[in-house]
Design a protein around this ligand. Structure first.
Ligand code: MN
Length: 497
């Protein structure tokens, strides 16, 4: 049975019971359903199944109503006869602003050149002025991955590569462990089919065996909890994600030996308070002997990324080892949903879009992006892995860089405050020399306009034009544009001599 709007509303109600919000979510569903009427997904389902699934993922992360509504409407401007202005009229500027952000991000594509991936990741982060846009995009991509088998093989591979190169690393940086793991596991078989076959044959059966064992252990320990009258909010088996396990197995100290991995599956216990966590740990240790050196108190000493939990590995009755992870609900949500769990949406209030030509959603004040990028770099500061540390430095450098698009969707990196003339010279010297006018996001703009992240820039040229204008030197930002303009006049003065 596919999910329905009532399933979505039920999840939202558990954390947000505001009548007005629920009503608006319902209206957004009906509007999206109407706008996509007659369209089908490649799976054969009616189109609304996809935005609905996206919204449900967002509701499971307890996101606010505008985010869920934007999730329902995210494909409307690109795929239907309704546009952002219609969305603004019906659902307000905040929702329209989020949908606009998603539409911009949809232009980010992986084109197979390896060193390009890092640029794309940077761009992805920098053009999303509002982290909620990235979260919606993650939920969107998750559902697309779940239905990927309906697409032709070539496309499956490209989309899966995008997931491994762009989406998963960003989700990871945002602390969104669950989505990161799910995305990677869905992409794994398409990107590395041979390796997946090996994994499927040799490793998955071990999981199954372990999961069954864990079921029995849970029953036993539940009795102890009842006798001791400790309240447990939830207890479940959690398996390590496939792709991250695969990468772990490749490390020399494991050498593809699954018996060296102790945390393949674990029992996760969620309790109301911190003192309950320690109580539970005591009960477990009283019943089963802990493995020396494997008791970890990440509550007293959180990991650098703020991860908190108690971990212990014990010898089960059958002599096998099993790991327990004990945490409060807050710790659990932080670990699974990361920035989506702890983001406070009221922070920051600069009206970025009021400075953009073209569309201005009224009442949309996205939080200042540097704040959440800054937060990311703070997290990364303590990470010892040098590759990750380097990545975080790259994000820091982002402050002075913008990314703009050609009409074909190619990405051009320019310094902050660059102009259409810089853009034109970046494409080709002749385009620079012969440019006469420009369009930014479809609207005519003067050649000295300062470009903004995510702008789509189009250059009009005049073949009969003799060359650049000397006045351009006053506003161009890149040294290459300056150099090319100067060299044009230098050559000209030489030939006149
Ligand atoms: Mn979509």
């Amino acid at each position: 049975m596919p999910d329905t709007i009532n399933d979505l509303l039920k999840i939202v109600k558990e954390y947000n019971n505001k009548k007005a919000d629920l009503e608006k979510i319902k209206q957004a569903y009906e509007f999206s359903d109407m706008a996509h009427k007659g369209q089908k997904r490649k799976t054969g389902d009616s189109y609304i199944v996809h935005p609905l699934a996206t919204a449900i993922t967002l509701a499971n992360m307890k996101l606010d109503a505008p985010t869920i509504i934007a999730g329902l409407l995210h494909d409307v401007p690109e795929d239907t006869n309704f546009n952002l202005i219609d969305i603004e009229k019906k659902f307000g500027g905040e929702v329209a602003g989020l949908v606009m952000g998603i539409t911009k991000l949809s232009k980010v594509k992986y084109r197979g050149i390896e060193r390009y991936a890092e640029n794309l990741r940077k761009m992805f982060i920098s053009i999303a002025e509002d982290v909620r846009v990235v979260i919606i995009k993650m939920a969107d991509r998750l559902n697309n991955m779940q239905t990927l088998s309906a697409l032709p093989p070539q496309k499956r591979k490209r989309i899966s590569l995008e997931v491994l190169e762009i989406y998963a690393p960003i989700a990871s940086r945002l602390g969104m462990g669950q989505i990161k793991g799910d995305l990677e596991d869905l992409a794994f078989p398409y990107v590395y089919p041979k390796e997946w076959k090996w994994f499927e044959k040799n490793i998955i059966p071990v999981y199954k065996e372990k999961m069954e064992e864990i079921g029995r252990i849970q029953e036993e320990i539940q009795k102890e909890f009842n006798e001791n009258r400790v309240k447990v909010l939830s207890m479940h088996g959690r398996r390590k994600h496939y792709y991250s396990l695969y990468l772990k197995l490749l490390r020399p100290q494991y050498d593809r030996d699954i018996t060296k991995i102790y945390d393949l599956v674990a029992i996760r216990i969620v309790v109301p308070t911190v003192s309950d966590c320690y109580k539970i740990l005591g009960i477990i240790h009283k019943k089963w002997k802990p493995l020396p050196g494997r008791i970890k108190d990440y509550i007293a000493q959180p990991k650098p990324n703020n991860y908190q939990s108690l971990h212990t590995t014990v010898f089960s009755p059958s002599g096998k080892v099993v790991e327990f992870q004990i945490r409060t609900l807050e710790m659990h949500e932080q670990a699974e949903f990361g920035i989506a769990a702890h983001w406070h949406f009221k922070e920051g209030s600069i009206n970025f879009f009021s400075r953009l030509p073209g569309f201005h959603p009224k009442g949309y004040n996205p939080p200042k992006k540097l704040k959440w990028i800054h937060e990311l770099t703070e997290w990364q500061k303590y990470v010892t892995d040098s590759k990750q540390y380097l990545d975080s430095l790259k994000i820091d450098i982002l402050k002075d860089i913008i990314f703009v698009f050609t009409p074909q969707g190619d990405v051009i990196e320019l310094p902050e405050d660059a102009t259409p003339v810089d853009f034109a010279y970046h494409i080709h010297t002749e385009i620079g020399n012969k440019c006469t006018a420009s369009k930014i996001n479809g609207q005519i703009a003067s050649l000295d306009t300062q470009l903004k992240n995510g702008d789509m820039v189009e250059i009009m040229t005049d073949k009969s034009r003799k060359g650049p204008n000397r006045d351009w030197l006053a506003f161009v930002k890149t040294s290459s544009a300056k150099g090319k303009i100067r060299s044009f006049f230098l050559k000209k003065s030489r030939s006149q001599r």
